[in-house]
Design a protein around this ligand. Structure first.
Ligand SMILES: Nc1ncnc2c1ncn2[C@@H]1O[C@H](COP(=O)(O)OP(=O)(O)OP(=O)(O)O)[C@@H](O)[C@H]1O
Length: 123
């Protein structure tokens, strides 16, 4: 089952991303948000520094969502439908990580875009 070639590793990684895309509605929402944010970045002519912060922020949200999904699958693999306090902690903590990343991205989005929106449409 071990990948022998780099291309096999890439194929597995992309398959994982598509699997999350197929099954996780939050992941679909985050990808949609990422596309909208990138279109806004292009529209408002962000500086290189602002682009960098935005890309890192967006990637952090996507990465935490993927890790959260992987943790959910792993917990379900181990526990199935059985109730477990540890399973609850693991899933809740993973969900907490995605929530923090999402909240941080909203705050950063506001800091970058709000002054530009105000200047363009209300200034
Ligand atoms: N085996 C379990 N034992 C105890 N509590 C669990 C178990 N599985 C899930 N839970 C609790 O139910 C919550 C929701 O779990 P679920 O697997 O449905 O995640 P989810 O709603 O699909 O998460 P997301 O919306 O991030 O995809 C968990 O955060 C946890 O508190």
């Amino acid at each position: 089952m071990k990948n022998r070639h780099l291309t096999d590793s890439f194929r597995c990684a992309f398959r994982g991303i598509f699997q999350a895309l197929k099954t996780e509605k939050n992941f679909k929402l985050h990808l949609l948000a990422m596309i909208i944010v990138m279109l806004m970045a292009w529209y408002f002519h962000l500086s290189t520094g602002e682009y960098l912060v935005l890309i890192i922020t967006v990637l952090l949200v996507i990465i935490t969502e993927l890790l959260n999904t992987a943790i959910e699958y792993t917990v379900d693999l181990v526990c199935g439908n059985r109730y477990s306090e540890l399973a609850k902690y693991a899933k809740d903590i993973a969900a907490g990580a995605t929530l923090l990343a999402a909240l941080g991205s909203v705050i950063i989005g506001c800091i970058i875009f709000l002054p530009k929106i105000i200047e363009r449409y209300m200034g």
